[in-house]
Design a binder for this molecule. Structure first.
Ligand code: ADP
Ligand code: MG
Length: 379
């Protein structure tokens, strides 16, 4: 990939890049809708990345190119305005440039820029965080600034929340920034605090992306967020992370049916994240897998953010040899299922799952196989 991006940079900009960076996508491993409740989450940085190459210009122009769009977009360094239409992908690097200033750092003036990627976009693997972090590292290299990793992560999140306008939590950028091969990233969202937890090298990930999306997904997210906050209030805590399982059970008759279910999901899910961290120390992936599937059941029955498509895949995978566990990954209401498998699970088994899915739902899910990979870095 390094040769590929250097060659492309030469083709587009007629010279060699000065700096090359990369940042990986991520999988939500366990911890569903725990982030905005102040809870914990485990994520995996994957071995697919967005790569960015840059070189400084002295004329105050910024020239952006990506294999994603195939066209150069040229802007004066004086302009940091949200783009629409074909050029809208540059809102990610532009958002990072704007965020650098918010964090009292310098933004580079003119530069040539190229992004290439082997990370599918819009597949729930957070290519957006990857392009933010790879861009952030490239801009910091151009300006010879060295803030800590947590600042880089926060710059990426700020760009996405405030410039692009997507209210994502800290998981996406945190895992892309703090990821490590053969590890998971543990995030305590309240700090936030970041840590890594070893993951046996035999762990394999398979993603089945259904490309289904509930028509009301934005409204449903907002409704779940509101229900969680209302449940916390009824329980007399600021955020659900502060409630115990016993407290939730004791309040079962006073809470509305939905408030009870949402609170139980969040409190149990946070406990499952802690349990997963403990079990990972023993390296028993089957036990970790059971927690993943239990997480899905909780999403299905308590948080009610699953769909028949996702449930079908989890049922089918959980009953398949060499699969440790499976769950919906990401916000839910459609999207993708992740399976944690041993190396013995291969393409033939994955294709059989996809065929069964297609027989029932009429379309094949996309299949992606990956392992863990290192977090964002200058290459
Ligand atoms: P996800 O983060 O799940 O992949 P998003 O919709 O949040 O999906 O982000 C995808 C968007 O990020 C793309 O539509 C594009 O604008 C931008 N993006 C991601 N990767 C690249 C890339 N390599 N080049 C240019 N833009 C990219
Ligand atoms: Mg995204």
């Amino acid at each position: 990939m390094k040769q590929k991006i250097a060659a492309l940079f030469h083709q587009v900009h007629g010279r060699a890049p000065t700096f090359i960076t990369r940042a990986p996508g991520r999988i939500e491993f366990i911890g569903n809708h725990t982030d905005y409740n102040g809870g914990t989450v485990l994520g995996a940085s994957i071995d697919r990345d967005v790569w960015v190459a840059v070189a400084p210009r002295t004329d105050g122009l910024r020239r952006f190119y990506s294999d994603y769009s195939g066209k150069v977009v040229e802007l004066s360094a004086a302009v940091i305005e949200k783009q629409t239409g074909e050029a809208s992908w540059i809102n990610y690097p532009l958002g990072v440039l704007a965020a650098l200033l918010v964090f009292k750092l310098q933004a580079p003036q003119g530069f040539d820029y190229v992004a290439v990627s082997d990370l599918p976009t819009g597949a729930g693997l957070s290519s957006s965080a990857a392009i933010e972090l790879a861009s952030g590292l490239a801009f910091l290299a151009l300006t010879e600034q060295h803030p800590d990793r947590e600042t880089l992560v926060k710059i990426g999140k700020h760009a996405e929340n405030h410039f692009v306008g997507v209210p994502c939590g800290i998981l996406d950028q945190g895992v892309s920034g703090f990821g490590k091969k053969d590890h998971l990233v543990f995030i305590d969202c309240k700090g936030p605090h970041f840590d890594t937890v070893p993951l046996p090298g035999s762990a394999n990930f398979w993603i089945f992306n259904t490309h289904t999306k509930h028509a009301l997904v934005d409204g449903l997210y907002a409704a779940r967020h509101r229900e969680c906050m209302e449940a916390a209030k009824a329980l007399g805590v600021g955020l659900l992370v502060e409630a115990t399982s016993a407290q939730v059970e004791a309040a079962k008759t006073v809470l509305s049916g939905n408030a009870y279910k949402r609170a139980k999901h969040v409190v149990d899910e946070i406990a499952r994240v802690d349990e997963a961290v403990a079990v990972l120390k023993t390296g028993e992936l089957d036990k970790v897998g059971h927690l993943l599937t239990a997480s899905h059941r909780s999403s299905q029955h308590l948080f009610e953010n699953s769909t028949p498509e996702l449930d079908f895949l989890v049922d089918r995978l959980a009953a398949t040899l060499n699969v440790h566990g499976a769950r919906l990954t990401g916000g839910g209401f459609g999207g993708a299922v992740m399976a944690l498998t041993s190396p013995a699970f291969g393409d033939a088994q994955a294709q059989a799952v996809a065929a069964d899915y297609a027989a029932k739902f009429g379309a094949r899910p996309d299949i992606l196989h990956m392992k863990t990979g290192d977090g964002a870095e200058r290459v």
